[in-house]
Design a protein around this ligand. Structure first.
Ligand SMILES: Nc1ncnc2c1ncn2[C@@H]1O[C@H](COP(=O)(O)OP(=O)(O)OP(=O)(O)O)[C@@H](O)[C@H]1O
Ligand SMILES: [Mg+2]
Length: 253
């Protein structure tokens, strides 16, 4: 069975998409087959892999509503082993179109049932709505990126409560793979304070790999590249490589 990892945090701009894409790149570099699922109507993961959102025949939306087949919708990318189930703004209508259905939480799980990849990484939108619930129902693991900033911990208890709810109902087997600190600035004491707070809450669930604030990471998507292709010697690249090693250790042990 695939390791299906929901990359989730309802806070916006904490590094979900950056983490999804660059972790996916290094998992594929380590010889694993990887599918990125763009579950966010902003479709940043899609454009970050140099896929033109405006010229797609089919998207995740079509797969969810059985208008296209998974295998006809998945696109390969410039990196061997790295594939994407792309999205565009159409996905914004999905929550409304699902809500009347009795199995509204299970659309994504059903859509991915025949996906045969070593890893499936689901890039979630910044909300705890139906798309995110679909991701939590389809996943067997959760990865939470947390930005190293003052308000980082706000909202985490709400997120953990939602995960607990999913565990008690839809998906009893889902487990927290880990929490990764993003945009870490070693020059500020604030960053290390946030890290200490997180360790108190999450203990060894915190990944040793910490993602630094690094301009190379921020500029890579504008070239449609992952950091592995954009600047593999950058600090950001080394951090995501380390994260991929830890993910492999935890997931495959
Ligand atoms: N480690 C980093 N160093 C510098 N910039 C970063 C880093 N990680 C992310 N960014 C930048 O911060 C912004 C937000 O990152 P990203 O899009 O990955 O967050 P997100 O959680 O997916 O956002 P959203 O909630 O809108 O989907 C982007 O402009 C991204 O390029
Ligand atoms: Mg995003």
């Amino acid at each position: 069975m695939s390791h299906v990892i929901a990359v989730i945090n309802q806070k916006g701009g904490v590094g979900k998409t950056t983490t999804t894409l660059n972790l996916a790149a290094y998992l594929s570099r380590a010889g694993r087959s990887v599918l990125v699922v763009d579950a966010d109507p902003q479709a940043n993961a899609t454009s970050g892999l140099q896929i033109d959102k405006h010229s797609l025949d089919y998207t995740l939306y079509d797969v969810l509503f059985k208008r296209s087949k998974l295998e006809d919708t998945i696109k390969t990318t410039n990196l061997s082993g790295l594939n994407i189930l792309p999205s565009n703004a159409d996905l914004a209508a999905a929550e409304i179109d699902m809500v009347g259905s009795e199995s509204r939480e299970l659309f994504l799980k059903r859509s991915l049932a025949n996906a045969s990849f070593d890893y499936v990484l689901i890039d979630c939108p910044p909300a705890l709505g139906l798309l995110t619930v679909n991701a939590l129902a389809a996943a067997n693991k959760i990865l939470i990126p947390v930005q190293a900033e003052y308000y980082a911990l706000e909202g985490l208890s709400q997120l953990l409560a939602s995960i607990q709810q999913v565990r008690e109902g839809l998906n009893p087997d889902i487990m927290l793979l880990g929490v990764v600190l993003t945009m870490y600035d070693s020059r500020t004491s604030l960053s290390s304070q946030v890290k200490e707070e997180l360790v108190k809450h999450f203990g060894d669930k915190i990944f040793n790999a910490v993602i630094p604030r690094n301009v190379r990471l921020a500029e890579a998507p504008s070239y449609g590249k992952t950091i592995l292709e954009h600047d593999k010697w950058s600090k950001g690249a080394r951090a995501y490589k380390h994260l991929a090693q830890e993910v492999i250790e935890r997931a495959e042990q």
